[in-house]
Write a protein that binds this ligand. Structure first.
Ligand code: AMP
Length: 733
């Protein structure tokens, strides 16, 4: 058994630490690498034997979910020595699957056959838990391991003695049929780990005066199905009722009988269901039908819509990458009325609301749009007919986690993954990970395009437009941030088409932190958007003020502008983060920068919604702004100018009228020697001394108002005219 260099180094380092330091280090390591709940570590690519182990730098530790050797796990040196002493080096499947979860303190419901190595799968977390709690003889019973038969209990007691021999813990074997129950009674309260059959343990609970388990840290039910088959159900329930509820529970069973599930419901908290049968050949449940379909980004929503429309009698769980996408797709589809209830789950919802949404979803045929984060911790057992992954998962593990929401245990399920052509390599990765996934082509005849309807909704509901813009931005941002560059390449995405598919009239423009812009060569340049904040709240701001900035952008290398193949890219941009161009403009909302060289103007539709300048006259369906009829543009501008003039006239007239009325009112009051109504104090008495002063002030401010209004109106009109002319000029360029 030759250890690799990193392992030797880690062991040596660990030996130099004090017990307290070692415990601290182990806790940090465990916390750092916690596997996602629901993830079966067997699905992860195995960690090579010689990869770095332990603390890598100040804040980083090595991965332990997916590792193959005990020495790669965050275990105490005492346990590692015990394992080495017993010649255990490489983990069995059940150990690889369960230890990363159980070491984090999670409850486990593991399905594992006898002989699969499950004894170590629960003994190791038992030793580690008590060690990290610095458990000593004086603390009493810290762990109870229940076994169905005396033989099995004796066997595992032997393993415990050998693997745990370097720990300073005391253990006892309490099994029926043995003499010396009185001696046991005298000593049982001193024992830290009890290995017992249910009957004998209950006997001590009932008869031994100073026996108590109130401090119990961890309970193990080994071969729970056999325990219950042997007719111990009553005993087991009685035992469990005397144990503290705050504890870790590890339950291993070869079969998931009904009674095991009942038991699990009684005593387990959010357990990790780990199914590990030695004969398993696939990483995902066998009763899960998995399909992948290649679809360009801009047709994903069409496909999703068509899918939903053809599955109105199903429970469909739809995964999208970000909360903003979830919100947009949910709201947009709601407006399009698919004929099936729609729900959404996202990270900003509190647990209660999430559970509410979840239970509604379980009760009816519905579509639930969700992010990965929000689906965690919810057990969709039996509820989900379809898992649809609209966005490619970042890795195989996430894929398995998502599809694991359906086909849990014995119920069947189906899953479909939408893959952008540039993400096709994901399919190989899934197949490498033993996932039986079949590729199927989209039936184009059945595809229902929805971009036009979406564009219409966006034009009518400004808040929808904001959601769409944010969904657009966050999607690109998430792709650019994906670690697996073999699969995810933001440069390969047709962003104009993507933008149009969300119903956006213009493609929002994005810039990278490093100054590189994400504009395109297309004539459709939309507003530049703030990713994090509310700059997109007002298109007047974003479209009206980007002029000078966007002209600067043009000098930056256009990341998505040119139709350059990925190979020809000079270098990958720093895609750590995509940031908006307009950050600096946040405070200047609702102003028009009249000095900007050229830019975009704001057009309002009949309902007063601001439209991007060319959207109103562009060919909506085709969205082809390059075919704009210039005459139409000029006419439109003329009309707009007329409208503005009219409005201006009306404003002035209205202002004058109001002023006249106020003056007349004031005169009448003065004549009657009465104060203004609002100058009365609480008793209704006139406040004479203030009357004149106030009246004068009022009158001044009114005349000021008049000037200001007039000036503003004038400026506004002039500015608008100048802008219109500039825009016209720029369009002719
Ligand atoms: P169990 O399922 O715990 O009864 O284990 C079945 C057999 O597998 C026992 O003989 C164990 O000693 C052996 N075993 C368990 N884990 C390992 C391991 N990681 N490497 C080698 N043998 C193991």
């Amino acid at each position: 058994m030759k250890k690799s260099k990193p392992i030797r180094r880690q062991l040596a380092k660990q030996r130099r630490l004090t017990e307290k330091e070692e415990i601290e280090m182990l806790k940090q390591w465990i916390e750092f690498g916690k596997p996602d709940p629901g993830l079966n570590p067997l699905s992860l690519p195995p960690l090579p034997d010689d990869s770095p182990v332990g603390k890598l730098d100040e804040h980083t530790f090595s991965r332990y979910a997916g590792c193959q050797l005990f020495n790669q796990l965050p275990l105490s040196r005492n346990t590692k020595d015990g394992l080495r002493n017993s010649k255990f080096e490489k983990m069995t499947d059940v150990q690889r699957a369960s230890l990363p979860h159980s070491l984090c303190g999670r409850d486990i419901l593991g399905a594992a056959q006898t002989g699969s190595g499950k004894t170590l799968a629960f003994l190791i977390p038992v030793l580690e838990k008590l060690y990290k709690e610095r458990w000593g003889p004086e603390f009493g019973v810290g762990c109870i391991i229940l076994s169905p038969t005396r033989e099995l209990a004796t066997q595992l007691f032997g393993v415990l003695n050998s693997v745990g021999k370097y720990h300073g813990l005391s253990a006892g074997l309490l099994i029926g049929g043995r003499k010396g129950v009185d001696t046991e009674k005298e000593r049982v309260h001193e024992l830290n780990i009890l290995v017992c059959t249910p009957g004998r343990l209950l006997q001590h609970m009932d008869e031994t005066t100073n026996f108590e388990c109130s401090q119990l840290q961890i309970l193990v039910l080994d071969e729970a199905d056999r325990i219950l088959d042997a007719g111990f159900k009553k005993e087991v329930n009685a035992i469990i009722s005397q144990l503290p509820r705050t504890r870790q529970t590890l339950l291993f069973s070869a079969t998931q009988t009904k009674s095991v599930q009942d038991l699990a419901r009684l005593s387990l908290k959010d357990p990790e269901y780990l199914s590990v049968h030695e004969e398993a050949t696939t990483a995902t449940p066998e009763n899960l039908v998995q399909t992948a379909t290649v679809v360009p980004l801009h047709q994903k929503l069409d496909l999703l819509w068509s899918f939903i429309k053809s599955h109105l009698k199903s429970r469909v769980l739809v995964f999208l990458t970000s909360r903003k996408q979830v919100k947009f797709v949910f709201e947009a589809f709601k407006k399009l009325r698919p004929g099936i209830p729609l729900k959404c789950l996202h990270g900003k919802m509190n647990q209660e609301k999430r559970l509410g949404t979840y239970s509604q979803f379980c009760d009816e045929h519905a579509v639930l749009f969700s992010t990965d984060v929000s689906s965690r911790g919810l057990d969709f057992d039996k509820a989900v007919d379809w898992v649809v992954q609209v966005d490619c998962p970042p890795d195989v593990a996430t894929y398995i986690h998502r599809v694991g929401r359906t086909a849990r245990y014995n119920s069947g399920g189906k899953a479909v993954l939408f893959l952008e052509p540039s993400e096709i390599k994901m399919l190989d990765k899934l197949r490498e990970a033993k996932i039986p996934i079949v590729e199927r082509k989209v039936n184009k005849e059945k595809l229902q395009p929805i971009a036009v309807q979406l564009a219409d909704k966006l034009a009518r509901f400004p808040e929808m437009r904001q959601l769409a813009q944010r969904a657009f931005i966050t999607y690109l941002k998430s792709i650019s941030k994906e670690k697996d560059k073999e699969i995810f390449d933001v440069m390969k995405l047709a962003i104009d088409e993507f933008s149009a598919s969300l119903g956006l009239p213009l493609t929002p423009k994005i810039r990278f932190f490093n100054g590189k812009s994400m504009a395109k060569s297309s004539s459709k340049v939309g507003p530049t958007i703030d990713l994090e904040e509310s700059a997109a709240e007002n298109l007047l701001e974003t479209s009206g003020m980007v002029g000078s900035e966007s002209s600067e952008d043009e000098s930056d290398s256009d990341l998505l502008g040119k139709e350059t193949s990925a190979e020809a890219m000079p270098q990958k941009p720093d895609i750590e983060a995509l940031v908006p161009v307009t950050r600096v403009l946040k405070k200047k909302k609702l102003k028009i920068n009249v000095n900007r060289p050229t830019g975009k103007r704001v057009v309002f539709d009949e309902e007063g919604n601001d439209l991007p300048p060319l959207a109103a006259i562009a060919d909506r369906a085709g969205g082809n702004t390059s075919k704009i009829d210039e005459v139409k543009v000029l006419e439109r501008y003329k009309k707009e100018r007329e409208k503005l003039k009219e409005a201006d006239k009306e404003d002035k007239l209205h202002g004058r009228q109001r002023l006249k009325e106020i003056k007349m009112k004031k005169k009448a009051k003065l004549k009657r020697g009465m104060p203004d109504e609002d100058e009365e104090d609480s008793d209704g008495e006139a406040v004479a001394p203030r009357l004149n002063k106030k009246t004068k002030l009022y009158s001044d401010s009114e005349s000021e108002d008049k000037d200001t209004v007039a000036k503003r109106n004038k400026l506004s009109l002039e500015a608008q005219e100048a802008l219109a002319l500039k825009l016209l000029g720029s369009m002719h360029d």
